[in-house]
Design a protein around this ligand. Structure first.
Ligand SMILES: [Fe+2]
Length: 368
């Protein structure tokens, strides 16, 4: 599989639009922590549906006004100047000692250690406003927050548990009609100093004009490496760009749509995707290295994300390799409307999404 080309300095300067970075003040950080502690006492867990149902009101009540305003502007700004990703620097202080040694994989992580951070992330989504949800297609649901931890057994895979290969830029769950609207990535630790990778559809000039065929429903959008694909699903086609013609949204997964050897796009689709990728790959931004407590908030219709290859548990300082704790990141996904995707959620839990592939649900959960 090809690797993402690492950008040189000249191509970085060609990327005009950048994600906005917001430095959280110590006073704001204190307010957020106090809110999380209070909500933890009241609701026990961020999974508590009473908390999630009230998350918008609670965000308005508890979050600093500046963050509320930034979040509200971000949620409905689809303009040419909106990158589609925000970086909140130092949103929370992370108690590294309390987190302890990084577990060997997400399955063995003690999620109670992430409880306060889960409340903080949920409030940020609540401020957009957008509702935290879980996807059966990801970890069979697995809760509203997923710990992303490098797993030795999965190191070569194109998944959050991988590490040894570049994770190609992708919009999350590109293979779903009701993919998350917003994502947050909270960094608990990133001692290896792995840069995050972001790519915005707004970084292209005249995308609608130059890439008209991407609006056509001629592309295979296979499920990602976490899931098995059956051959019928490969025949379902959709567009890469949608929404407004001049300032479109995108569903795009370079690894699955372009480089998955099992997926044969039609000649026309492959040609259009290749031309698009030829421009897109030069617009990838990977100059930000998140630190513990940082949060990247992403509009999943405007901005794709990925990561460079790294060696889990190894930090390079001035050419010397040191052992370190492996990286931990918390991902939360949210939807603006529970109503729009009601045909794809559990009967008794509208926060649990059961879409399997482009409008089709997981059969076994259809009538649950
Ligand atoms: Fe992802």
């Amino acid at each position: 599989m090809n690797s993402i080309e690492i950008l040189d300095k000249d191509s970085i300067t060609a990327v005009k639009l950048l994600p906005a970075a917001i430095e959280i003040t110590s006073q704001e950080r204190r307010m957020i922590k106090d809110a999380a502690v209070h909500l933890h006492r009241k609701y026990g867990s961020y999974e508590n549906r009473d908390f999630i149902r009230h998350v918008h009101q609670l965000a308005s009540y508890f979050l600093p006004e500046r963050i509320l305003n930034i979040a509200a502007d971000f949620a409905s700004d689809f303009s040419k100047d909106q990158y589609g990703a925000l970086i909140f620097k130092g949103l929370m202080d992370i108690d590294q000692e309390e987190i302890g040694i990084t577990p060997s994989n997400w399955q063995s992580a003690d999620s109670s250690k992430f409880n306060l951070y889960g409340f903080a992330c949920a409030l940020v989504h609540g401020a957009l406003p957008s509702k935290p949800v879980q996807y059966y297609s990801q970890r069979k649901g697995g809760g509203l927050i997923h710990a992303i931890i490098p797993d030795e057994k999965m190191r070569e895979t194109q998944t959050g548990s991988g590490s040894a290969t570049d994770l190609y830029v992708h919009t999350e769950d590109a293979f779903l009609k009701h993919q998350a609207d917003f994502l947050s990535f909270m960094y608990i630790r990133n001692e290896e100093q792995v840069p995050s990778t972001l790519y915005s559809i707004r970084s292209h000039e005249s995308i609608g004009e130059n890439f008209k065929p991407l609006f056509e429903r001629i592309y295979k959008i296979p499920k990602d490496a976490n899931l098995e694909t059956d051959t019928n699903e490969e025949e379902t086609l959709d567009s890469v760009l949608y929404g407004n013609f001049r300032l479109p949204f995108m569903r795009f997964d370079a690894a699955e749509q372009l480089f998955n050897p099992d997926i044969q796009q039609s000649e026309e689709a492959h040609h259009c995707l290749s031309e698009f990728w030829e421009e897109a790959r030069h617009l990838i931004y990977s100059n930000f290295t998140p630190q513990a407590g940082d949060v990247i908030l992403v509009n999943n219709h405007l901005c794709a994300h990925g990561r460079s290859a790294f060696r889990a548990g190894v930090r390079n300082i001035d050419g010397v390799e040191h052992q370190c704790q492996r990286r931990i990141m918390l991902r939360m996904m949210s939807k603006v409307s529970l109503i729009d995707m009601r045909a794809h959620t559990l009967t008794d839990d509208p926060f649990f999404v059961i879409e399997e592939h482009l409008g089709k649900n997981f059969q076994q959960l259809q009538n649950v």
